[in-house]
Design a protein around this ligand. Structure first.
Ligand code: 15L
Length: 276
């Protein structure tokens, strides 16, 4: 894919106060973006951020107006009740796409998740990388909402010509904290590289990619992300010895917590209500 003639400049960042949003607020301005932050909670250090939930259609419309693209990170990012997921992630994402359609915004980067395919068996050492077209197998209502988001993105491309890159994010934190994350970790810097590629690549229609660093223990195919121009530079391997000493090697055949891509989301999902 060739770079576009014009790089999007003003980006609406939803979920700006969240974990990934906070990391991206630090990194994306370095790529020349002007960020317009939106979150249901106040955004620390940003008095001009828009405080609005994804249920507030008027606020969403005002927020997307005049932007070149949206990086949509907002929503519940762990398991919750179906009603909460429905309101926040399903209806909320619909509201955002409607606002984009009404205001003529042509590109959205959607934070999908590995949990859209979380019931995929953890691959054995000699198995091929998990392809991007593996059947969707959500591991939670949260993962199900990401499947919905991907399908919504496809509908808005086919029907309204709004382009989306859906990024099935692995674990985007400053450092990996589990042996599972050694395979799916996306360093914040690689996250910014991937989002920048997703915001600027030409002719994406609706493209789904996995989002991780170039980890030695990678389990999925990064080729679709690389086709956008993403060149990951990080690898979780320097963290491996310490994490394996603490937690032991993954045991997909013997430990149900390790048997699937979604890890604990399959067996005992962390709940949004219990977050610290
Ligand atoms: C996700 O989708 C979550 O939002 C994040 O908090 C992590 O738990 C990540 O998946 C993961 O699978 O590690």
């Amino acid at each position: 894919m060739t770079p576009p003639a014009t790089t999007p400049r003003t980006i609406l960042l939803t979920g700006a106060a969240g974990t990934v949003g906070t990391l991206m607020r630090g990194l994306l301005p370095g790529y020349g973006y002007e960020l317009r932050s939106l979150d249901v909670a106040p955004v620390p250090g940003e008095p001009d951020a828009i405080t609005a939930g994804l249920g507030d259609r008027a606020a969403l419309r005002e927020a997307v107006a005049g932007t070149d693209a949206v990086l949509h990170l907002a929503g519940i990012s762990l398991e919750s009740s179906f009603d909460e997921i429905l309101r926040s992630n399903i209806e909320g994402t619909y509201n955002l796409y409607e606002a984009a359609r009404e205001e003529g915004v042509r590109r959205i980067v959607f934070a999908s998740s590995n949990h859209a395919v979380g019931y995929t068996p953890w691959p054995g050492k000699d198995d091929p990388l998990i392809p991007i077209d593996v059947p969707r197998r959500p591991d939670t209502f949260y993962g199900l909402s990401k499947c919905f988001g991907e399908d919504l993105a496809q509908l808005y491309w086919d029907k309204h010509g709004i382009e989306t890159v859906s990024v099935r994010i692995g674990s985007c934190f400053p450092r990996p904290s589990s042996v599972r994350m050694l395979s799916i970790w996306m360093s914040p810097e690689d996250g910014a590289r991937l989002f920048h590629a997703a915001l600027t690549a030409e002719g994406v229609g609706h493209t789904v990619v996995y989002g991780s660093s170039a980890n030695t223990r990678v389990v999925w195919d990064l080729a679709p992300a690389r086709a956008l121009g993403y060149e990951p530079r990080d690898d979780s391997e320097p963290y491996a010895a310490e994490l394996i000493a603490e937690q032991g090697e993954l045991d997909p055949a013997g430990n149900p917590d390790h048997a699937h891509l979604g890890g604990l989301f399959v067996t005992r999902p962390p709940r949004w209500e219990d977050r610290g």
